[in-house]
Structure formats: C-alpha cells, structure tokens
Design a protein around this ligand. Structure first.
Ligand code: SF4
Length: 213
C-alpha cells in the first residue's frame, strides 16, 4: 500500500457519489440529460483542481506506458502555451484587473489536454468530480448551474448536486494529504491547479508547492 492510498480511496468515494448522482438523474429525468459519447463541450473550458485531485490524476498519468505519458505531456505543454497566449491577449484587451481577466478566461474555450483527437478523455475513469456531473444541475457558490445543452426547464424544480459540499471535502482531503507529508499549510490546500500542471507535476513536487494556475 502506498502512503496516500487511503486518502485516494476517500477521494474515489467522492467520485462514486458524483457518478451515482449522475445515474440517478439519468434514470429520473432521461430526456433532460444530453450527455453523449464524444460530446466534449465541457472539455473546452479552463478549470482548476484541488491538490488531492491533481495528485490523483498525476498518479494515473504515472501509471501509463511511456509513449502515452509522453503524448499527454506534449499536450499539456501545448495547453500551457495556449493558456499563456490567451492570458496575454486578454490582458491587452481587458487591462490588468485580475477579476476581469478571470471572468474573461471563464468564457473562453480552451481544450483540456486530456481530450484526445477522438474527442474522448484519455483518463476517463480517473476524471475529476466536476467532469462527472457537468450534464446535471449542480450547486456552485449557492447557485444552480446546468450545461446549456441539457433539457432542464426554467421554472421547474430539479434536484441539484451539491458541488459546494464536494469542494469542501476536496479541501479537507487536500489538507490531509499535505499533513500526511508533514506540510502544515491549510492555505496551500485551497489553491487550484490547471489540468496541464497536474499532468506535468509529480506528486512529490506538488507537495513541495507549485505556482497555481
Ligand atoms: S479531464 Fe477528461 S472529462 Fe474532464 S475536461 Fe478533461 S478531457 Fe474532459
């Protein structure tokens, strides 16, 4: 057993909870869920991962064969370059206000480095919780969100998956992960890392601390 396996198992329980919520919605509201194989719309957005998710994803990349790993690392480099170019372009048009830049980044389409040319996720079984529930209503910062392709109707009431609660759990697990490595830094547990950084940064380096993005 590896030193963090029990924490990874706790994380997998969160993934399982998200998968169950998705299956339940599919069963109860089949016509509202529009997710289909190779619909990768939600894979073209910038989003951040908590440390525990980054470490988990990195451990799965590490377990791949050398050729697959090399291909993913090259995609991660390309994604980083695209992100840098986008930030530069947005700074030129929006100025240096970090809030405006963050808001503008949220509206941009940026291909996730794990999305293959076949429009499938290269690490589908290990994908983050956010990816697992994109097609159903979710509660984020107290507001309900749903994919624009979904068929949930305005004015109707539907159960929403509480992502805020999951984020609190991800923070707790990230903190536990750091403490296990002897790092007492709760602030670090709240930092979010891009998928490309998660792919490229070995777990030991994640624990030492990397610049978030
Ligand atoms: S991790 Fe996989 S499912 Fe999630 S956005 Fe990237 S390609 Fe899509």
């Amino acid at each position: 057993m590896k030193p963090y396996d029990d924490i990874f198992q706790e994380y997998e329980q969160l993934q399982a909870r998200a998968d169950k919520a998705f299956r339940d919605m599919e069963k109860d509201y089949p016509s509202c869920i529009k997710c289909a194989e190779q619909c990768s719309d939600c894979c073209n957005a910038v989003f951040g991962l908590f440390l525990i998710e980054s470490a988990y994803l990195n451990s799965k990349v590490d377990a791949l064969d050398e050729d697959s790993k090399k291909a993913l690392l090259a995609r991660a480099d390309q994604a980083d370059e695209a992100l840098l170019a986008m930030e530069k372009r947005l700074r030129e048009t929006k100025g240096d206000d970090p809030e405006k830049i963050t808001e503008a980044i949220g509206k941009e389409r940026v291909r996730c480095p794990l999305l293959g040319d076949d429009e499938k996720c290269a690490l589908y079984a290990a994908r983050p919780v956010t990816c697992r529930v994109y097609g159903i209503p979710t509660l984020i910062n107290g507001k309900v969100h749903a994919c624009f392709k979904a068929g949930f109707e305005k004015g109707q009431s539907y159960p929403a998956f509480n992502l805020d609660g999951v984020y609190r759990e991800l923070y707790r697990l990230s903190n536990k992960f750091l403490e296990r490595a002897g790092v007492n830094d709760p602030e670090r547990a709240s930092l979010l890392l891009s998928v490309s950084k998660s792919i490229k940064t070995p777990v030991e380096d994640l624990l030492k601390g990397v610049k978030p993005r």
